[in-house]
Design a protein. Structure first.
Ligand SMILES: [Zn+2]
Length: 499
């Protein structure tokens, strides 16, 4: 920017819902604002990018195009965008842009982030990024809760398993044709003397065909079947087991025998590795391979370099899981948020998510209208039935379909309402979590532990028994214990504390 009067820029606009786009105010309004800003500041617009997206759809084609354009461009290093949460959906988005020498103007927020920005500005910025992601997660969780409810009631949550067929949106019954295949697969495999690959062939030799266009099931398909507790009459959802409403195909005993057989079978190494807490998370500092876990002396878990890229000097160094975990807990324990941070963040959040809430409100309104319409339809068709205008069957068919639709709409409304309330709570919770992160880690299960670590830390690598890592934004700032005072020294994004 120093020597030329004219700055070359790109514009980026995004709406988070197709409805908003249809109503036709959001993207044009954003672009108009951005164009006005550019012309007032004597900037030349080289490209305009716009993404229309829903809360659940992650695809951001124009965002990626823009990143590509900026990477290739020699003299355009500036993005103009309305607000923080228009630009980033999540931390990876942020990291992508943060790794490039860019200036980003947030027009509505009246701030510009560049490699020379003050730490306080960057800090505020990072909080917003983290919270944008939190919002999406909330929405996802509410949807999950709906599914969980379904599982609790004993219904399958997604597609019905192989061996069954669906009779309506919720219930499914045994499919006599494919059920034979499943039963025989369990019987053969539970004996423990056959590999998955051999099992596929054996079934075929016995005259059992997997699918019309695929005679032999692939071993991953077989594994999927043989590990699914659905077949003995339960629903497994998010690690919990619920009693199913469907008729079982096999007994619990046969299922348990089959699981035992899995331990005997020669599974590929990576399948085993995935069950260890830190498998695939930490790299060897010497050769860059992932560390993998194994059990020694029957109970101790050790990690070592796999040497997959060729002979490695650390290949024979075995590190106890506790040794690694201790260092990770230490990393987490460095994160803390002061009351000064808290006040500031709260005010930033309230301002930043006004729009998201407005959108949710509008969406709920439109869903309520749909609901009303369906109710009327259901009432009307009932009258038609009473009047003898339509047959009993036709009525039943429509009635069932619309009642089901009504349920779906109601679930969506609930999800949005909860996400909204949760969002405000989450803001406060997020701060609380940061201060209780170690305690949270300790009570988490392995999956949650991995998720938590992945949320906070990156670049994990092992040199001998010493773990090194960096914090993901915004935790790099919390971990440093920086104040949000404006007079702070400048924060270089490379100066992240390491372990
Ligand atoms: Zn290595």
């Amino acid at each position: 920017m120093q020597n030329s009067d004219v700055v070359k820029v790109v514009l980026y606009a995004r709406v988070s819902s197709k409805d908003q786009e249809k109503e036709g105010f959001s993207i044009p309004a954003q672009l108009e604002l951005l164009r006005g800003y550019a012309s007032k500041n004597n900037m030349i617009i080289l490209q305009e990018y716009e993404d229309v997206e829903t809360a659940k759809c992650q695809g951001r084609t124009k965002f990626n195009e823009m990143v590509k354009f900026l990477k290739n461009s020699k003299d355009c290093k500036t993005i103009i965008v309305e607000k923080t949460d228009r630009l980033y959906r999540n931390l990876p988005d942020y990291i992508t842009l943060d790794n490039m020498p860019l200036s980003i103007h947030f027009v509505k927020e009246g701030c510009t982030i560049s490699p020379e920005s003050h730490s306080s500005e960057k800090f505020m910025h990072l909080i917003k990024v983290a919270m944008a992601r939190q919002y999406i997660q909330n929405l996802g969780e509410e949807v999950k809760k709906g599914l969980k409810q379904k599982a609790k009631e004993g219904y399958v949550t997604g597609k019905q398993p192989y061996g069954y067929k669906k009779i309506d949106k919720r219930a499914c019954v045994i499919d006599e044709v494919t059920a034979l295949y499943v039963k025989r697969a369990f019987e053969l495999y539970s004996k423990g003397d056959v590999s998955l690959r051999a099992l596929g062939n054996k079934l075929y030799q016995e005259g059992l065909i997997y699918k019309q266009n695929q005679n032999i099931a692939h071993k991953t398909q077989l594994e999927h079947i043989l590990k699914n507790p659905f077949y003995y009459g339960v629903i497994s959802f998010m690690g919990e087991i619920y009693e199913g409403k469907h008729e079982p195909l096999i007994t619990k005993e046969l299922f348990d025998l089959t699981q035992l057989a899995f331990r005997k079978d020669n599974k590929p190494k990576h399948m085993i590795a995935k069950n260890f807490l830190f498998a695939g998370m930490i790299k060897c500092s010497k050769c860059g391979c992932n560390l993998s876990g194994e059990i020694k002396k029957g109970k101790y878990i050790y990690y070592s370099c796999t040497g997959a890229k060729g002979e490695c000097e650390q290949q024979h160094i075995y590190i106890k899981e506790e040794t690694i975990e201790k260092q990770l807990i230490q990393a987490l324990s460095k994160i803390s948020i002061t009351s000064e941070h808290k006040n500031w963040i709260s005010s930033v959040l309230a301002e930043s998510f006004k729009d998201e809430q407005k959108y949710a409100k509008e969406h709920i309104n439109s869903l309520n209208k749909q609901k009303q319409k369906l109710r009327e339809r259901i009432d009307n068709i009932y009258i038609d039935k009473l009047d003898g205008k339509i047959s009993e069957e036709f009525w039943m068919d429509k009635h069932n379909k619309w009642t089901q639709d009504l349920l779906t709409i109601q679930n969506n409304i609930t999800a949005y309402e909860k996400a909204n309330i949760n969002f405000i709570e989450t803001g406060t919770k997020f701060l609380k979590i940061c201060n209780e992160i170690v305690d949270l880690y300790k009570i988490a299960d392995n999956n949650e532990k991995r998720e938590l670590l992945n949320y906070v830390l990156q670049n994990l690598s092992m040199d001998g028994e010493k773990l090194s890592y960096t914090y993901k934004p915004p935790f790099n700032i919390f971990a440093k214990g920086l104040s949000c005072n404006k007079k702070l020294p400048r924060l270089d994004s490379n100066q992240q504390p390491t372990g």
